[in-house]
Design a protein around this ligand. Structure first.
Ligand code: FDA
Length: 311
């Protein structure tokens, strides 16, 4: 209920203005976001690499309704990839990028899909030049079909373009079966967006069970599974699946968010597993932060208490 209210409130411009201007916001943002610009992102990625972690960088922003802005986001990714290449961070895919399709035009009132495809192709080409990969994030249910179409289309030219499956959606088991083919990079997560009951499981238990059903389909498939969760039970099931399917450490990776369970990230990496940290940067952090707060009521309570004590 709280999660639903919070995700709905994230659309309010008034609440956005209050939160962005509030003094305690900076501390909470710093937990989840690398910083405002490329330099901060590269510095944080370098620190994570030194701790043996892989990285996927996300330039924050979503729901762009302006074609020039969508092109500017793509240009930022291209520049970032050039920088990662120059710094030797992209080599072997050690640092890759994650892209939200609505940030590069999917949501434009006209020619959205075409614009997003052209921008994503530019980013994929820059990633290939840098020796790394791109993963298309999955946003709310209204964009799932178009995002999967985008990925299918671009995979002809960029076969290692990754995509995301959200276990909260009822369709996801079928999507996993379709996407578990050779070379297919698929990130499995629970899903961070609100969706109607006809399309999505609504209780945590159902979403978790769906995750546990999708997992073996990817792990026993011929693609490259990227298992994105901080849930201790699902991490244990993933390790068991890796054992059962004989994938070995190089055949899949765990993924976790920057600022969430960092000790577990290092523990898993210490076992020899590949662990990739999702590392966002940029000024447009509001939507991302609200989703992180919605995932954990304790975060929200802390944040609201700080707001109240300063008002
Ligand atoms: P769950 O929410 O049950 O959390 C398990 C435990 O992890 C909690 O008990 C807590 O200890 C810790 N935890 C989780 N979230 C926390 C937080 N915000 N702050 C502090 N502790 C927290 N979603 C999506 O819809 N599209 C996408 O493209 C992606 N991409 C993505 C990439 C990566 C690398 C990750 C890890 C996650 C995503 N997600 C996502 C988000 C995902 O769908 C989901 O919302 C979060 O990962 C939280 O789900 P968990 O599986 O961690 O379980």
């Amino acid at each position: 209920m709280l999660r639903r209210m919070l995700l709905a409130a994230s659309a309010s411009d008034l609440i956005r203005a209050m939160v962005v201007a509030a003094p305690p916001t900076a501390g909470v943002v710093a937990r989840y976001v690398a910083g405002d610009d490329t330099a901060a992102a590269v510095a944080a990625a370098t620190r994570l690499r030194a701790r043996g972690l892989l990285v996927t960088l996300d330039y924050l922003g979503e729901d762009t309704t302006d074609a020039d802005q969508a092109a500017a986001v793509a240009a930022e990714y291209v520049a970032l990839l050039a920088r990662l290449r120059a710094d030797g961070l992209a080599r072997g895919g050690a640092v890759e990028v994650s892209v939200k399709p609505t940030a590069i035009g999917l949501h434009l009132p006209e020619h959205g899909e075409k614009t997003a495809a052209a921008n994503l192709a530019r980013i994929c080409a820059a990633a290939r030049d840098a020796g790394t990969t791109v993963t298309a994030d999955m946003e709310d249910h209204t964009h799932v079909e178009a995002t999967l179409r985008l990925v299918r289309e671009l995979r002809d030219d960029f076969p290692d373009l990754g995509c995301v499956i959200q276990s909260q959606l009822r369709r996801s088991l079928a999507d996993c079966a379709e996407l578990a083919g050779p070379r297919s990079r698929v990130r499995l997560c629970k899903g961070a967006y609100q969706a109607p009951e006809q399309l999505a499981f609504t209780t945590r238990a159902e979403v978790d069970r769906s995750f546990a059903r999708c997992l073996p389909v990817l792990m026993s498939g011929r693609g490259y599974p990227m298992i994105a969760t901080h849930d201790p039970r699902l991490i244990r099931i993933t390790a068991a699946q890796a054992e059962l399917t004989g994938r070995g450490h190089s055949g899949f990776e765990y993924q976790m968010l920057y600022g969430v369970r960092p000790a577990e990230q290092e523990r898993l990496a210490g076992t020899g597993a590949q662990v990739r940290v999702y590392l966002p940067y940029g000024r447009d952090w509001y939507g991302y932060l609200v989703r992180r707060l919605a995932e954990r009521p304790a975060n929200l309570a802390f944040f609201l208490r700080s707001l109240a004590s300063r008002s």
